[in-house]
Design a protein around this ligand. Sequence first.
Ligand SMILES: *Cc1c(COP(=O)(O)O)cnc(C)c1O
Length: 457
Amino acid sequence: MTIDTLTLQQQDAKHHLHPFSDFQYQNKPHTTHMISRAEGVYIFDNDGRKILDGMSGLWCVNMGYGNQSVHKAVIEQMEKLVYYNTFFGTSHPPVVRLSEMIADVTPEGMNQIFFTGSGSEANDTMMRLVRHYWASKGTPSKSIIISRKNAYHGSTMAGASLGGMSAMHAQGGLPIPGIVHIDQPYYYEACVEAGEAIDRAEFGRQAAQALEIQIDELGEDNVAAFIAEPIQGAGGVIIPPETYWPEIDRICKERNILLVADEVICGFGRTGEWFGSDYYNIKPDMMPFAKGVTSGYLPLGGLVVSDEIVSVLRDAKVELAHGYTYSAHPTCAAAAIANIELMHECNIIDRVKNGVGPYLSNKWKSLEEHPLVGEARSLGMLAAIEIVKDKDNFIRHENSSEVAGICRDHCFANGLVMRAVGNKMIIAPPLVCTNSEIDEILEKVWQSLDMTAASIR
Ligand SMILES: *Cc1c(COP(=O)(O)O)cnc(C)c1O
């Protein structure tokens, strides 16, 4: 028997604390969206309403919902060996296979994988390993990690500290010591500040050179690493100018600091390459990953580490005092194996790069004809629009995040999940979207923008 929606909502409000939520929802349970079922690129609420999932859950259900091969692999693994750990000299077949499959698709020289349960944990592991590496090399003073404002690296103490979200830093005494944030390469925002279109290439170079200035200020001997998402996701799908990453890569190599590319969103196909680092042709030393590795079917994350770093740690001959009960959980590993097999079978990287990605890009650009849209940008299966009041003069609405919130609510009512981030609207649809599903997204975005324009008039 199915429980009616209001009863579910009321029971939810009684005992369930929602992440990233204002607990006021407990006083108005009917506002909670109760999602009961999903298939392909669609989710269905408890009353059977069909909604196109333009965010792939939380950027993770890359291969869509309902893949039987993944379900089957999970059940078979559960029956064989549901769980065992990988501490103290043990291992199991699924993690052996998965490690090889991941190493096969990572950039050259990056063939070592440490498993975690999530992206946040992967970043905690990264911080420990980076410092352990420099200490093992006899330079323990190299310990500061440079990150960026408005970056997202997770929600644990280290993850949220590495991230540059001011709202997250405002709670719980963050950031933890040893982390410094530089400005983000957010081109449109720079135009808003200037009140006119500025030179994109020059802005990209300058944003990168902020890293060089920061390293020199702190002293190269005190800096361990720079961490960044190839494309900022949660910050609002911020796609850096093409001049940005080559310059960052150069600076990290010249100043002898490690480069960490947080691939939790960009990894596993979202940019039309296996990793965002491939798209930008950069050579990171470590890559945290999660989300797309299992398409969200079960929780799994990890950290890809370069062979060079691992050889230093191996020669140090000290035990790594770090690990999680669920590092390389066999059942989660089985889900990842089946998911990656499916990615190969569907040729999904090529489809995003040469098929649905360019199709989305073309359609998305046309949103700039809407009076509310200052910029419509996209790359692979990531896209954003800047909501503005006066696009010719780069002027935002005074209450711009309210306007974006109105647009988000119209989207949901029109059957599309689209996220509002400050003054931006973003999507990250499943990689398996067909062209006609992209058409449906675009239709719903136009309709919702029109309704938003009417609402604020
Ligand atoms: C989601 C995300 C994380 C955190 O991953 P969780 O699995 O939620 O802990 C880290 N980095 C980036 C870039 C992310 O988008």
